[in-house]
Design a protein around this ligand. Structure first.
Ligand code: HAM
Length: 424
């Protein structure tokens, strides 16, 4: 049987990986500007890190990869980054040394979803978390950062949508309103939503089955159930965002698909043809109970995450590429096997001098080596020919200017350094 990849996964092929590197580099650069440091947490966590609530979102109840290890420990492949980061924050007592911890992360996550374009079972996210307190300026920073990020990528058809769920009591009032609103039409909703009405009515709003039901369209909006403090908090967030003059929309029914949020929530949505529901490039929000739920002090946090595959698809759709395939500076060609030892030595010297170089390893003919070098787009061909070799020389050809010079064997590295210096 021919081996095949697991459903919902994909390979990043050698010709594609430089786009990932360029995006990752950009991410690290931008997050550095916001004074964030990287945190790397395990992909495997004890299941309890994610399974904290039996009436949680689908993502946590139905989509996780859960299994027992060989010692019957219950483990889960992380479906998202936030819970693991908070677990680490608490376990390493990061709150003891730093009042506010601003971190970012980048890596694979796993969700057992129906695969389609922009939706995979293994997917990459980059995300950030600012943990340790509550300050509307921090909420504003997260939204401004998301906006700044998509602008710096050059993406145009992208909207930032935001909303607030308010504090616990506002959220409870809103949940009650949703319950009252959906109860009369309970029988028309899917089995999951029927259960959610009394257990977790917020989740009805992001149900994929009932999304076109008329009761969804005129469902209550969060704004009408905010208490005075929550309203004031959100207004201050807006005041700060307005000061930065970024554009955004208020989406009064945006609640996000995870359960840990309160106060500010936001999503970054792209207008991409053929993307369907996969057009949400990123999202996040404030969480006030997660740190405590995972055994830490009573501290809040806020963060967001973007899907890397969706970002790359969006860049492709808008014809943006800020990466070029890494170029090959030099390629060594030998006319006979007896010159191969010299080729190995030259290659080692060139690489020590940071010159990107390669040679042929498959004992190909002179012509085939030449063809390979041109296919690889090598700028210089270092040709070790028998005749030149007798004179202690090699021929170096510049494939761009189509000029060729004989160079002393010992001077190859120096010659190329000088030539490449002239180009810069
Ligand atoms: P999320 O909305 O579940 O939030 O995921 C964030 C982003 O990850 C989505 O907007 C999407 O781009 C990408 N994504 C999610 N599922 C898939 C999938 N199956 N295939 C491809 N891409 C996907 C979170 O994960 C939160 N932890 C964000 C957060 C951080 N909130 C606070 N801090």
């Amino acid at each position: 049987m021919a081996a095949r990849k697991v459903k919902g996964t994909y390979d990043v092929l050698p010709s594609e990986s430089h786009a990932w590197h360029a995006l990752e580099e950009k991410i690290r650069f931008i997050l550095g500007l916001y004074n964030m440091k990287e945190i790397r947490t395990p992909i495997l966590e004890y299941s309890e890190v994610f399974h904290r609530d039996s009436e949680a979102s689908d993502m946590v109840t139905k989509e996780t990869y859960d299994f027992d290890d060989r010692s019957q420990r219950k483990l889960t492949l992380r479906p998202e980054g936030t819970a693991g980061v908070i677990r680490s924050y608490v376990e390493n007592k990061l709150y003891a040394s730093q009042e506010l911890e601003k971190v970012y992360y980048l890596g694979p996550n796993f969700r057992y979803e129906r695969p389609q374009k922009g939706r995979y079972r293994q997917f990459y996210q980059f995300g950030v978390e600012a943990i340790g307190g509550i300050d509307p300026a921090l909420d504003a920073e997260m939204i401004i950062l998301s906006y700044d990020f998509i602008k710096r990528l050059g993406l145009k058809g992208v909207r930032v949508r935001l909303n607030t769920l308010g504090d616990d009591s506002s959220r409870a009032a809103y949940q009650k309103a949703l319950e009252t609103h959906f109860l009369p039409v309970k029988d028309e909703l899917c089995a999951d939503c029927q259960r959610r009405i009394t257990k977790n009515p917020l989740r009805i709003l992001d149900c994929k089955v009932d999304q076109d039901h008329p009761a969804m369209i005129n469902a209550p909006v969060t704004r009408d159930y905010l208490n005075a403090e929550s309203k004031a908090y959100f207004e201050t967030v807006l005041e700060y965002i307005n000061a930065a003059k970024i554009s955004y929309e208020i989406s009064p029914r945006l609640v996000r698909g995870l359960d840990y949020y309160s106060h500010t929530v936001f999503e970054i949505e792209a207008d991409i043809e053929g993307f369907g529901a996969q057009n949400i490039l990123g999202g996040g929000g404030r969480y006030q109970k997660l740190v405590k739920e995972l055994g830490g002090p009573d501290l809040g946090g806020i963060g967001f995450a973007f899907g890397m595959e969706r970002l790359l698809l969006a860049l492709e759709a808008e014809n943006i590429d800020f990466w070029t395939e890494p170029a090959l500076d030099a390629y060594i060609i030998v006319s006979s096997d007896r010159l191969k030892a010299d080729a190995v030595k030259i290659l080692y010297d060139l690489r020590k001098a940071d010159i990107v170089s390669d040679m042929n390893y498959m004992n190909k003919s002179f012509k085939a080596q030449l063809k390979h070098a041109l296919r690889l787009n090598a700028r210089y061909l270092v040709i070790l020919g028998d005749d030149e070799y007798e004179r202690g020389m090699v021929a170096i050809k510049d494939t761009k200017t189509e000029t060729q010079e004989d160079v002393l064997l010992q001077r190859v590295e120096r010659y190329l350094i000088e030539k490449m210096g002239e180009q810069r």
